[in-house]
Design a protein around this ligand. Structure first.
Ligand code: CO
Length: 195
């Protein structure tokens, strides 16, 4: 297993619409295990494949189910691997303060459906159906958006997005410059390798 690099905004892969998974093979299983280790390492409750550089329709989640209940021990859904997800039902509205591993330091209130029905495939390709509400439903919608190239700032009003982005860019200027430089070097190396 390996901890993968989590890309941060404005990395272009975060805007990419991800491709359906067609092969449920050892390579996919290895990738899922690496994603799990990465999510653990980053202390995330959800992680989409394009956040670790693979534009495929896969996300992982392990969501607290008793947050705000006052209980000492955190209970979670356990790790759920979601492949080729589709939301097939939506009910109600819920406003929740979300964060994202690709936007370090940012948290914003986003309004989403309060309860959803999800159809997806597990790592063997078997079809699964799930009904989720509360934070689990929020997480699913946030991660599924990632697979469509949509990040949570796209769910804010233009005014709030502008304010949030200005603050994010101010706080993360150095990291963004580093990432941009690494991408540039990677592209240059790739070009040199051609032929
Ligand atoms: Co995110």
């Amino acid at each position: 297993m390996a901890v993968l690099e989590v890309v941060t905004f404005p990395h272009p892969i975060l805007k990419q619409k991800c491709a359906e998974v067609t092969r449920f093979d050892a390579e996919l299983h290895q990738f899922l295990d690496d994603m799990a280790e990465t999510m653990n390492d980053a202390d995330g409750i959800g992680l989409a494949a394009n956040q670790v550089g693979q534009p495929v329709r896969v996300f992982l989640m392990d969501v607290p189910t008793n947050r705000g209940s006052g209980e000492k021990d955190v209970k979670t859904t356990g790790r759920i691997e979601v492949i080729n997800p589709k939301i097939i039902g939506k009910r109600g509205e819920l406003k929740y303060e979300e964060g994202c591993l690709s936007f370090p330091g940012m948290s914003e209130f986003v309004t989403r459906a309060a309860e959803i029905d999800l159809a997806y495939q597990d790592r063997t390709g078997a079809e699964v159906k799930l009904t989720a509400k509360g934070l689990v439903a929020v997480c699913i919608q946030h991660e599924l958006d990632h697979l469509d190239g949509i990040t949570f700032i796209d769910r804010l009003s233009p005014f709030k997005r502008k304010i949030a982005l200005r603050e994010y860019l101010r706080q993360n200027r150095e990291a963004i410059d580093d990432q941009a430089l690494r991408e540039k070097l990677k592209t240059r190396r790739a070009q040199q390798n051609v032929g």
